[in-house]
Ligand binder design. Structure first.
Ligand SMILES: NC(=O)C1=CN([C@@H]2O[C@H](COP(=O)(O)OP(=O)(O)OC[C@H]3O[C@@H](n4cnc5c(N)ncnc54)[C@H](O)[C@@H]3O)[C@@H](O)[C@H]2O)C=CC1
Ligand SMILES: O=C([O-])CC(=O)C(=O)O
Length: 331
């Protein structure tokens, strides 16, 4: 017997990431090859955006995905998040050349108040939220505060793209396939202060910093390539990462709905419980292990050493500053 469809709400559905993301959800890559979905597609109430959304929906129809049971197209957030089991908050303005993601905070932050409230009031009791719109950690914090009745741990933000970028860089440097790289972890904020952890990653089962003996490269080029990859894509494409961002979100949600293999973890931004000295309540990237039943835990006991600990402190300080900037949206 076929499973009950799950309702997946996606904001910014007519945007770049939406275009790369929706066919992958509808084809089963996010929730599995036997899980039907209803897509609830949310856009701004502008004629052009809604017309573009209609076009995207027509294309989805034309793909004839067997798992796609229905689509709702709306600019009303209450309708969009109604009965949603997952809310994927993608819709927001992307940065342009020369900007940092944090520069978007005043413009994008307010979007997440209304969306948080609508999720609170209309989504399914088991709703889980993944925020992609930048600055994603602080936007997730805003939505979490606005959704007073939804447990805080249901709110996540995405550093999986950064993790994937870091894996690719390590694999290239070591001259191995990317499948040899495991437990690559990003700590902190999805920003230029993020901390790609080369100490706890492994390559071919050995610590990455034993396989790659050029530690100056790990601390300098590797670090800054991963931290600044988003800007490099904007520079090259004239638009921000969309295909790889959609791919990161597929991985992020897929790995939260399935149990993580023992002894491994994924980078997920979740509300801090104070682990690793990260200020409690901030949404920061941690090593996360999912139980596959809707729960997860922050993996404990990893050693960071002085270099990575110092970098994490700076990233946490930035998250605190962002929280201060949006204090009026958190009441
Ligand atoms: N966390 C991450 O790793 C990444 C985050 N991003 C962020 O994702 C966001 C979206 O990026 P793109 O799809 O490339 O941008 P885009 O400009 O192509 O699309 C954004 C879409 O969101 C819609 N939108 C804006 N406000 C909305 C609202 N209140 N409700 C519903 N829809 C709304 C717009 O009409 C537009 O169609 C940006 O903030 C970008 O910076 C992008 C790449 C990676
Ligand atoms: O860099 C940007 O503005 C978009 C983004 O978050 C990324 O590609 O990591």
């Amino acid at each position: 017997m076929s499973k009950t469809p799950i309702h997946v709400a996606v904001t910014g559905a007519a945007g770049q990431i939406g275009y790369a993301l929706l066919p992958r959800i509808a084809s089963g890559q996010m929730f599995g090859p036997d899980q039907p979905v209803v897509l609830r597609l949310i856009e701004i109430p502008h004629e052009k955006a809604m017309a573009a959304l209609k076009g995207v929906a027509m294309e989805l129809e034309d793909c004839a995905f067997p798992l796609l049971r229905d689509m709702v197209l709306t600019s009303d957030v209450n309708e969009g998040f109604r009965d949603a089991n997952w809310a994927l908050l993608v819709g927001a303005k992307p940065r342009g050349p020369g900007m940092e993601r944090g520069d978007l905070i005043k413009e994008n932050g307010p979007i997440f108040v209304g969306q948080g409230r609508a999720i609170n009031d209309h989504a399914s009791a088991d709703v889980r939220v993944a925020v992609v719109g930048n600055p994603c950690n602080t936007n997730a914090l805003i939505a979490m505060h606005a959704a007073k009745d939804v447990p805080n741990e249901r709110f996540t933000a995405m550093t999986r793209l950064d993790q994937n970028r870091a894996e690719a860089q390590l694999a290239q440097k070591a001259g191995v396939a990317v499948s040899e790289v495991h437990n690559m972890l990003i700590w902190g904020n999805h920003s230029a202060t993020q901390v790609p952890d080369f100490k706890n990653a492994t390559i071919g089962g050995k610590p990455a910093d034993e396989v790659i003996t050029d530690h100056e490269w790990l601390k300098n080029d590797f670090f800054s390539t991963v931290q600044k990859r988003g800007a490099a894509i904007i520079q090259a494409r004239g638009l921000s990462s969309a295909m790889s961002a959609a791919n990161g979100l597929i991985d992020h949600v897929h790995d939260l709905v399935n149990a993580t293999a023992d002894g491994s973890w994924r980078s997920v931004c979740v509300p801090s419980d104070g682990s690793y000295g990260v200020t409690e309540g901030l949404i920061s990237s941690f090593p996360v292990q999912s139980d596959g039943q809707g729960g997860y835990k922050i993996v404990q006991g990893l050693e960071l050493g002085d270099f990575l600990s110092g970098k994490l402190k700076a990233s946490v300080a930035e998250l605190e500053e962002e929280r201060e900037t949006v204090a009026d949206l958190l009441s």
